[in-house]
Structures are given as C-alpha cells and as structure tokens.
Design a protein around this ligand. Structure first.
Ligand code: PLP
Length: 375
C-alpha cells in the first residue's frame, strides 16, 4: 500500500484553514507574483527571524545559490573551493556560473569542510569558498573568514540545512558574504518551493532584485544577464504561515532527535553524524547515522533491510558530487589530481551514512519501529 510507505521526511504545513484564509486577499488584488506585498512582508519577517540585515527571496534554494554566486561577477573560469559532500545543487550552481569547483575534503566528525586543507587549494585563480553547513552542522566560520580575508576571497555559505540556526548567539546567515537557504518542502522550513539569500551589503539587495527578474533594472533597462528566480505570492504566504509555527516545529524535532540519540547510542557500530555543541543553536533538520564495521551489516545492507519493510531512508550524500557522472570525467578529477589532495574522508562518510526518517510530528510508534529495525 502506498500509504504505509515511510519516507525520509514529511513536510510541515500550517492548517488548511490557516493557509486558505491567508491567500484570500489574492483574489481581490489579482497580484500573485512579481514582488507583491507578501513578497516584501515575508522578506521583512525573515530578516527578523534569521536576525540578518538583508534577505532576498528566490524561487528555490538552487536559484538562490546561482544568483548569489552570479551577483559577485567572478571572471569565468575562476576557481571556487567547495565540498563534494553535499546535494548536487551546490556543485551545479558553481559550474552553471562558468566557475571551476575545487573539492576540499571534509572533517570526519561532522562532514563540514576541513578548514585546515583550504589554504593549500588556493591558487591565483581562486575567487571564493563555498562551504556547506551540512545537516545543520556549522562550519568553522571563524577560521574560514580568517582565510578568506587573508587571501581576498568571497565566502558564500550553502546554508540550505541551517535555517534558523545560531552560532554563539548570532544568526547563521551573518557569516560570510552571503548565505543561501532552501525552503523546499523537504526542509525544516518550507514555502512549498523557495529559497533566500541573506547578506549584509545593501547594494547586493538591488543586484539580486534585478538578477532574479531577468536583470531588468527599473522598467525598461536591462543591466544584467538575469534569470527568472522570483518567489510568487502563494509561496510567500506559505512562508508567512509556516514561520508562525517554526519554533514549534523545531521543538518537536528536538524531542524526537533526542529520543533517537538515546535509543540508538548503545547500538554497536552505529554513531551519529550530528551532535550538540554548546556554541550552536540547532534546528534538528536531519538525523544522519554512520554505519561502522562493528555493525551487523553495511550501510547498503541496512538501507535495503529497511526498504524491504517499507521504510525509505536516504543515502544523503552518496555518491559525492565529484563522483557523479556529469563531473567525474571533467574538471573535478583533474583538480583532485592537480592539487594532490584526495577527498577520502568525504568518500568514506558517503559510503557509510544513512539519513533515517525524521520529521516534526513523527509518531512515536513509527520512530520505535525504525529504532527496533536498526537494533
Ligand atoms: C535542498 C538543497 C539545495 C537546493 O535547494 P532547493 O530549494 O531544493 O532548490 C542546495 N543545497 C543543499 C545542501 C540542499 O540540501
């Protein structure tokens, strides 16, 4: 039965009545896209919630990444130091901007970019660092800024997993030159589809405003080779509704996250790729486990055992983006060779990680059946 399938996550939604009531004014105004009143209202509400100076809404997280990168006008062919242990979107956004991804290995303990390896990857062509706060695990933002400043590089964080998180009390969107969030249905916070760029330089607001609307500046002038990446009013309203409940969603996730940790921590060969650190206020977005040698089977074995019982975990992030067909024979390999560096830790994590089903109002019985299956 389709219904009995347990997927890796379930979208958080406001009540039907709440959303329907909220979209009613659109039938009066007939203004359903093109930076309408809800677009502006939602941008302001997000600035408050994320505690950042500026926010530009986008149609999805991927276009937010593409637009954020494009806004810096890097020369084509420039190099960007990034991580292969991420969703394919991060690497695609770099390549689709005509830039070359240079893959840096990650740290075994949290899967974020290993800041100690960044400097040896910098060449005269390097223009930026694009790290990922993978699973909401926060990168070493202090060391990354220090390196970027020293070498005159831009830093754009893929913060798709880090919505609402804080580092030392500071909203995560305040680090680097820009941070990109995804509001896809599968993320902690959603606008059906959507995304945003957070930053502090006000000039970037205008630039992104134009870029997401075909590069049109004012009414007739086209100043940039833009795209169509605007968020429509239905999505903005979904965001306004969900934002009212986001703290409840995160609290519900926290309770279930701790339950998983308590129940699974004693299982031999199972460890976690996410943890609590005193400096980070988490959003509990994912529950990634690592399958070690002492476990009864390997990652794929556990994945299949669960799938046979209608529980669909996900191998996020396997394969590494640099190992995907579209990249493995191109620049990526060449750069790995040239740098003399390998992404062994990332590849090891990718072969052992499993993101198990997890969402805000997950029923305890479902959680219990997943726990007993793993045990
Ligand atoms: C989801 C995601 C994206 C893309 O966001 P969309 O809103 O789905 O376009 C980019 N990077 C990472 C790490 C993601 O998980």
């Amino acid at each position: 039965m389709e219904d009995s399938k347990i997927l890796v996550t379930k979208t958080s939604m406001p009540s039907y009545e709440e959303y329907i009531e909220a979209i009613r004014p659109l039938w009066d105004s007939h203004w359903i896209t093109n930076m309408g009143v809800y677009h502006r209202d939602f941008e302001n509400k997000l600035k408050d919630y994320l505690a950042v100076p500026e926010v530009s809404l986008m149609v999805n997280g991927h276009m937010a990444l593409e637009m954020a990168i494009q806004a810096f006008d890097f020369p084509r062919g420039s190099e960007v130091i990034t991580t292969p242990f991420t969703f394919i979107s991060t690497t695609h956004a770099i390549v689709r901007n005509g830039l070359v991804p240079v893959f840096c290995d990650v740290k075994a303990e949290d899967g974020t970019m290993d800041e100690a390896l960044i400097e040896q990857l910098i060449t005269e062509k390097t223009v930026a660092i694009i790290p990922v706060h993978v699973y909401g695990n926060i990168c070493n933002v202090e060391e990354i800024s220090r390196i970027a400043q020293k070498h005159g590089l831009k830093v754009i964080y893929d913060a798709a997993h880090a919505f609402g998180e804080k580092y030392k009390g500071v909203g995560i969107g305040n680090f680097g030159d820009a941070s990109v969030f995804s509001f896809h249905a599968t993320k902690v916070f959603n606008t059906i589809e959507g995304g945003a760029v957070a930053f502090s330089d006000h000039k970037l607001y205008e630039k992104l405003y134009d870029l997401k609307n075909f590069g049109i500046h004012g009414t007739e002038l086209v100043e940039g080779v833009g795209a169509n990446a605007k968020m429509n009013e239905f999505c903005a309203i979904m965001g306004i509704c969900n934002l009212k409940h986001i703290d409840e969603y995160i609290e519900e996730r926290r309770i279930r996250w701790e339950y998983y940790r308590n129940e699974l921590s004693s299982v031999r060969g199972i460890s976690f790729l996410c943890g609590e650190t005193p400096t980070v206020q988490r959003n509990y977005s994912y529950f990634p486990i690592l399958i070690g040698q002492e476990y009864q089977t390997n990652r794929d074995g556990l994945f299949e055992h669960m799938a046979d019982r209608n529980i669909f975990a996900r191998k996020y992030f396997f394969p590494l983006t640099c190992d995907q067909n579209c990249y493995k024979d191109h620049n990526a390999k060449a750069y790995l060779r040239n740098s003399g560096l390998k992404v062994d830790i990332a590849r090891n994590l990718a072969s052992r990680v499993l993101v198990i089903p997890f969402w805000a109002d997950m029923e305890q019985s479902v959680q219990d059946s997943i726990i007993s299956m793993i045990k």
